[in-house]
Design a protein around this ligand. Sequence first.
Ligand SMILES: [Zn+2]
Length: 456
Amino acid sequence: MAAKEKKRKGLYLSIIIVILIVFLGGFFVVNLFEGESPSIKTRPLAEYVSGAVSVTIEASDSRRGLRSIRAVVVQNGSEKVLLEKLYPFNGLMNREGTRFMREEIQFDPKRLGLAQGRAVMEIRCRDYSMRSGGDGNLTVLRQETTIDTVPPSVRSISGLHYVNEGGTGFVVYKTSSDTSDSGVSVGSEFYRGFLHPSSKNEGMYECFFPIPYDFKPETQIRLWARDSAGNNAMSPFHCKVRKKKFPSDKMVITDKFLEKILPYFQGRVDFDSTGKLEQFLKINREVRVFNDRTLSEVRSKTAPEHLWEGSWLRLPNAATMARFGDSRTYYYEGKAVDAQVHLGIDLASLANSAVPAANSGKVIIAEELGIYGKTIVLDHGMGVASLYSHLSEIKVSVGQDIKKGDTIGITGQTGLAGGDHLHFAVMVQGVFVNPIEWWDQRWIDENIYKRIALIN
Ligand SMILES: [Zn+2]
C-alpha cells in the first residue's frame, strides 16, 4: 500500500516537472525567438535636398529590446554612415535593455561629400531575438531623395530694357533645365515668368513685370530662379526705369455729387456713419483698397500663354477725361479731405456706347465691384489683364473666350462715377500699369514682339 502510494507520488512529481519544463521551455523559446521586428519611425526626406536637414529617427522594440541601429546614405554604390549604435544586453532577458531610441541626425550633403543626383537613406534596426541565427529580427527603411545643392542659372537674352515709371516691362530669359519657378523681382515683389510656348526652346521664358507709378530709384530689378530643391538664384539684367511726371488733379466734392453717387452703395457697404462725406470717404478709401485687392488676386487665374495679338483697341470716338497716374486731391467745402491716385484712363463717348474688348482674352471677372461698379476683367495671358468699369450693362460671363473688338458691355456710370464713361485699366501681374503703352503698336513691336523674335 505504502509502496504504491510512493510510486504514484513519484509519477505525479515527474508529470509536474515535465509540464514545468515544457512550460518554461516554451516560454523561453517564445521569448528568445520572438518574431516581432523593431519598428522605425522617421519623417520622409523631401524629394529634393539642397542643404543640411535634420532628421529625427525613432526606433522601438517592445519584446526583446533593441540590439543595434545603423543609418547610412548610399549613393553610386558607396555608403556614408549617418548613425551607428549598439545597445548592450542588460539584465536577465534584457529586461533593463533599450526598448526605445530617438536620435536627431544631420543630413548634410556637403559634409557627407554627396554628389548631385539620386541618393538613398537606409536605416537598419535589429533586436535581441534569437532568430536569424542569433542576429535578431531586422527592420529596414529606405528613403530616396535627390541631392541638388547647385543654384539654377538665369540670364536675360533680350538686351537693353528701358521701362517707364508706371509702365510694363518685358524680358526674355533663359534658365538652366532644373528651374521650377522663375521671373523678375522688382524690389521685394516677385513676378512669375512663363515658359515660351515653343517646346523646342526649352528653358526660354517670357516675363511681363509692372513698374509701379511710385517707383523708387534705388529699387533693384533682377531675374530670379528657383529649382525643385529650393536653391535660389538672383541675376541682375539691364533694366533702366525712365522717370515720368504724373499730373495732379483737383476733385471738388459737392453735395450734389454725393447725392448722386451714394445711393448705389446703400445696402452694398456697411456704413458706420450717416454723414454723406464720411460715407464717401469710406468708399473712396476702404472700399477702393478692398476692390483693388480682389482685382490683384485674379492674376493667379492667368493663362500661361499669350491670348492676345497685335495692337490694343481704345473705346472708339472717346475723349480722355482722366489719365493714368493722376494724383487726385479731393476737396469738400474748400478743404482737402482725401487723396488717391487714378490708375486707369477715363474715356467718355456718347452715353451707353458699346465697349469693345481691347484684345482677345478670357473673361475672369464680370460682376459689380464696389467703386468700379459693373466691371469686366479680361485675362490676356502671362499675367496681363484689362479692366472695363462703370458699365451700365455686362454682356459676357466668366469663362467666356473673347475676340478682340467683341462688344463686351455698355458704358454707364455704376460705382463711383460722376457721369457716363469707361474707366479702362491694364493690369500686369495684379498691378495697374499705364494703358497708353498697350495702345501703341510701335511700343508693342519694340518691347514685346522684337524680343520674342530673339527666341526663334
Ligand atoms: Zn477712372
